[in-house]
Design a protein around this ligand. Structure first.
Ligand SMILES: *[C@@H]1O[C@H](CO)[C@@H](O)[C@H](O)[C@H]1NC(C)=O
Ligand SMILES: *[C@@H]1O[C@H](CO)[C@@H](O)[C@H](O)[C@H]1NC(C)=O
Length: 910
């Protein structure tokens, strides 16, 4: 993607100070293009070439399974880089413990680290970059960085270090850049920096260093130091002599209570003549109102060398050329940023014809004269951003045939007249962001045949057309249309696809259209963008993405729709079908509720998938096979549930070689009630794999069997069952509802006259002696009533009915009737009243000749009259007990009233 930086950020050196020193002298030959910024030297080429080869070997992440780190994210672009930012870490060990030893860069900034114990990072011997800024470090133990022999960059800015003891940096022999900015640093032990033999840049901004002396002492042993930044300390006197400046190319002392400005004013001509040849003269941060002839300070031999003039943050109002200053004729770079220049008049820079870089940004320029830039035929870069320009006259840039970059960002340009950019045939970058453009006329970009990057972001464009881009269609690679007012309300296109002929375009930004986003992507909107590699559509409140939206983008590698949740819910099936080259897909916060496999059709090379902040509860298991190249998956803040639909996830996580961001942090919602929350990576899926068939079988088989058995039972044992049911109910009835009724008799004795001898001789005397009232037909039946009535009365007025069974009894009609009537009481009243006494043994076979039900009944409850006399007392006892059973309490003692005839008791209950 385009890495052009509009650089409107405030000057990094800015600090609210007025008095500044500005010496930037270069003892050695100045660099070819006038850039005096000291760059960190890149790592030795051989190591650099080797690293990419070594890394994959060394970074053997836990093989064959998804992985994640407790507090760090491995960068998907650079597998050696680990970011453990803003994790509230208090100890280094918590972060480094699970990192692979091959890590090359570690970012621990914005945590709560308080101390660095000895050998804190010894696990990571290959570390080259370590960022510990924005922590609470108050101390560094001696040997804290032991084992980091390869470390090149160390950032300790924004901590609470008040002193640096000897040994703190032991072992950092390869360190080339050390930042200690914004620490309350007051003391530097003389030997604190001794081990840093390769240090080139040391920044001690914003500390509390009281004097230069101790600093000078501490940096003396650093033979390669090039940049020493002491801005914003408490240094009050500058005995430069004590500093060893042999190799130093930059010494920054701004923001100290040194009165350099006064110093400068008082300096006579040629003051700096004794310095080594100057490449850069920096007069920034003074209160200069006129630039005047600054060359006067230089000696004659230095004048020819001066390449760069910097006068930022002053009070300059005019651009007045200093005709008599040959010093400027060879200038390459001029920077007048942060001044108060209002007008650039004709030939303002005529005395510096070799300018390559001209910075006039952050001024109040309202008018740029047609001839202001005349003669600058070598100019490569022109910065006019952050001014008040409203109009660009045609011909203003006519002489700038070599210009590569023109920055007009953050002005008030509202119309681009045809011809405004005439003469800029070699312009590669045009930045018009942050202006007031509403319309892009077809001829606006005429003459920019070589344009590669066009920034039109933060304007008010309401539409874009293919005609406007026609002049640049053969070369344009980057088009930035972020934050304009593009909006579509219908899927049917109103005009030709706007980007149709931009066949070289590889980067297209359409994020955050105002005020409500693109809303809808029309059909064929991206047609013709066959070379596009990155497409940004985030923050657009998309309502609908047509399924054919991305069909032409076969080269696309990066696509983001993040923060576009306009109620989309789902992506249409097949929307990514042609994106076979896509590597990164960002669907963060898109409002997705589901994600079917049909969406991910052909993303066979997708490496990085961002799904954070969606409404996904489950992930379809078919995703597994469809994203074979996936290496990085972000599911943060999705309400994934530990449901069976996700049961494949733990197993997949154990298999796939994917970094799942903060893998151990996905809890399955809930976990309330004091239980520890369940985690997605380890939830118990056994319940999902139970054999449902077994349960179904076990559940239905008994029902089926019962259904089979019912007709059989019905056929064979219907009556027996019913009878038993009644017996059961009778038993329950007697048990739970003791009878309240009073009976005239305890028992009616039913017998055949053939057995009368036994009855009268044995039974009656025995029972009546036991105070039981008996009803006997010959004695108690009412004469004159029908015999059946008498029998019925006798049965219903007695608590029980004793049948004395013998062969003659079974043969008798009456007895048969009596037994039948007695058993009816079971069905009428739910009372089992029959007590059978067998006088003789009667085989079953004989009984079966009578009635089936009777046989059952006989089998259940009967007493046999024992032939042997000693057994008889037991017989009587059993019989009496059977007759007495069913008494209500208190009744047992027998009430003596009731000597009425059997027939005169209450009427039988019906
Ligand atoms: C570490 O992370 C912070 C916060 O994202 C970032 O500002 C900083 O530049 C990073 N440090 C390095 C060395 O990349
Ligand atoms: C996420 O992980 C960190 C470190 O392991 C832990 O302190 C934090 O409580 C976790 N958060 C959740 C929601 O599980």
């Amino acid at each position: 993607t385009a890495q052009y930086n509009p650089a409107l950020a405030p000057d990094p050196q800015s600090s609210p100070v007025q008095t500044l020193a500005l010496f930037q002298y270069q003892p050695q030959r100045p660099p070819p293009h006038g850039g005096t910024k000291t760059r960190m030297r890149p790592p030795a080429p051989s190591l650099r070439r080797l690293l990419p080869l070594l890394l994959p070997l060394l970074l053997a992440v836990p093989g064959g399974s998804a992985y994640g780190f407790r507090n760090c994210i491995q960068s998907p672009r650079d597998p050696g880089l680990f970011r453990c930012v803003q994790r509230f870490l208090e100890a280094v060990a918590g972060a480094v413990a699970d990192l692979p030893p091959a890590a090359t860069a570690l970012n621990l900034s914005h945590n709560s680290l308080r101390r660095l114990p000895p050998a804190a990072f010894a696990r990571l011997p290959l570390l080259r970059t370590l960022d510990l800024a924005h922590n609470r470090l108050a101390g560094i133990a001696p040997g804290a960085f032991a084992g980091l022999g390869a470390l090149a960059t160390l950032d300790l800015a924004h901590n609470r270090l008040a002193e640096l003891a000897e040994g703190a940096f032991a072992g950092l022999g390869n360190l080339s850049s050390l930042r200690l900015d914004r620490n309350p640093l007051a003391t530097l032990a003389p030997g604190a920096l001794l081990p840093l033999a390769n240090l080139r840049r040391l920044s001690l901004r914003g500390g509390r260093l009281p004097a230069l002396g101790p600093v000078a002492l501490a940096v003396r042993p650093l033979p390669r130091l090039r940049l020493l930044d002491l801005c914003g300390n408490n240094l009050s006197a500058a005995p430069f002599a004590r500093l060893c400046l042999r190799n130093l190319s930059r010494l920054r002392l701004a923001g100290n209570p040194l009165d350099v400005f006064r110093l400068l004013e008082a300096l006579p001509n040629g003051t700096l003549a004794a310095c080594p040849p100057l490449g850069t003269l920096d007069l920034s941060r003074n209160r200069l109102r006129r630039l005047g002839c600054v060359g006067r300070l230089l000696g004659p031999q230095q004048r020819g060398e001066l390449r760069e003039l910097v006068a930022e943050h002053n009070l300059l109002r005019w651009l007045s050329p200093c005709q008599a200053a040959p010093a400027l004729r060879r200038l390459h770079n001029v920077s007048l940023r942060f001044n108060r220049i209002l007008v650039a008049g004709p030939r303002a820079f005529a005395d510096a014809p070799h300018l390559r870089l001209l910075r006039l940004d952050v001024n109040g320029l309202a008018r740029l004269d047609r001839q202001a830039l005349q003669g600058l035929r070598e100019l490569r870069e022109l910065r006019l951003d952050n001014n008040l320009l409203t109009d660009l006259y045609d011909g203003s840039f006519a002489d700038l045939g070599q210009l590569r970059t023109l920055n007009l960002r953050n002005n008030r340009v509202s119309v681009l007249f045809p011809g405004a950019f005439a003469g800029l045939a070699r312009l590669q970058t045009l930045d018009l962001g942050g202006n007031n453009l509403r319309h892009l006329a077809p001829a606006a970009l005429q003459g920019l045949g070589g344009l590669r990057r066009l920034y039109l972001d933060r304007n008010r464009l309401q539409e874009v057309s293919a005609a406007a881009f026609a002049p640049v269609q053969a070369s344009l690679g980057v088009l930035d249309l972020r934050a304009n007012a593009l909006r579509y309300i219908s899927r049917r296109p109103r005009q030709r696809p706007p980007f149709q002929h931009l066949r070289c375009l590889y980067d297209l930004k359409l994020q955050a259209q105002q005020p409500y986003g693109l809303r809808i992507i029309p059909h064929r909107f991206f047609e013709g963008l066959t070379a596009l590699r990155s497409l940004y559509l985030s923050q657009n409140w998309l309502l609908a993405v047509p399924a054919d939206a991305f069909d032409d983008l076969a080269q696309l590698r990066y696509l983001t729709l993040a923060d576009s949740s306009g109620g989309m819910g789902d992506l249409p099936a097949g929307v990514f079908k042609n994106l076979t080259s896509l590597r990164v897909l960002d669907l963060e916060n898109v409002g997705l509720r589901s994600l079917g496999p049909e969406v991910f059709g052909n993303l066979s090379r997708l490496e990085q998938l961002q799904l954070a902040k969606n409404e996904l509860r489950t992930l379809d298991r078919r995703l597994d096979g469809q994203l074979p190249a996936l290496r990085y998956l972000d599911l943060r803040k999705c309400p994934l549930s530990c449901a069976c639909a996700n049961a494949w996830l733990p197993a997949w996580l154990g298999r796939a070689r994917v970094q799942v961001v903060y893998l151990y942090n996905y809890s399955c919602g809930g976990g309330g009630g004091g239980r520890p929350p369940a985690y997605l990576h380890s939830f118990d899926t056994r319940v999902c794999f139970l054999d449902v068939g077994l349960y179904l079988f076990a559940g239905t088989a008994p029902a089926v069997l019962l259904l089979l058995a019912l007709p059989l039972l019905h056929h064979r044992a219907y009556w027996r069952l019913r009878y038993h049911l009644y017996l059961l109910r009778a038993w329950a009835n007697g048990r739970w509802r003791p009878e309240q009724r009073r009976y005239a008799y305890d028992s009616f004795v039913s017998y055949n006259s053939a057995d009368e001898g036994w009855v009268l001789g044995e039974l009656v005397p025995e029972l009546e002696r036991g105070a039981l009232r008996l009803c006997l037909h010959h004695r108690d039946f009412s004469p004159g009533r029908a015999i059946v009535d008498n029998i019925v009365d006798a049965i219903y007025n007695s608590r029980k009915t004793v049948c004395v069974v013998s062969r003659s009894y079974l043969r008798s009609e009456w007895c048969s009737l009596e037994i039948q009537l007695a058993s009816y009481r079971l069905f009428d009243e739910l009372r089992d009243v029959l007590v059978l006494v067998f006088l003789e043994a009667i085989p079953d076979a004989e009984l079966s000749a009578y009635h089936r039900m009777r046989r059952v009944l006989l089998k259940r409850t009967y007493l046999s009259w024992p032939p042997e006399p000693p057994a008889r007392p037991l017989f009587w006892a059993k019989l009496k007990r059977a007759l007495r059973s069913g008494y209500a309490e208190g009744e047992e003692e027998g009430e003596e009233e009731g000597e009425e005839g059997c027939g005169e008791g209450g009427p039988p209950p019906v």
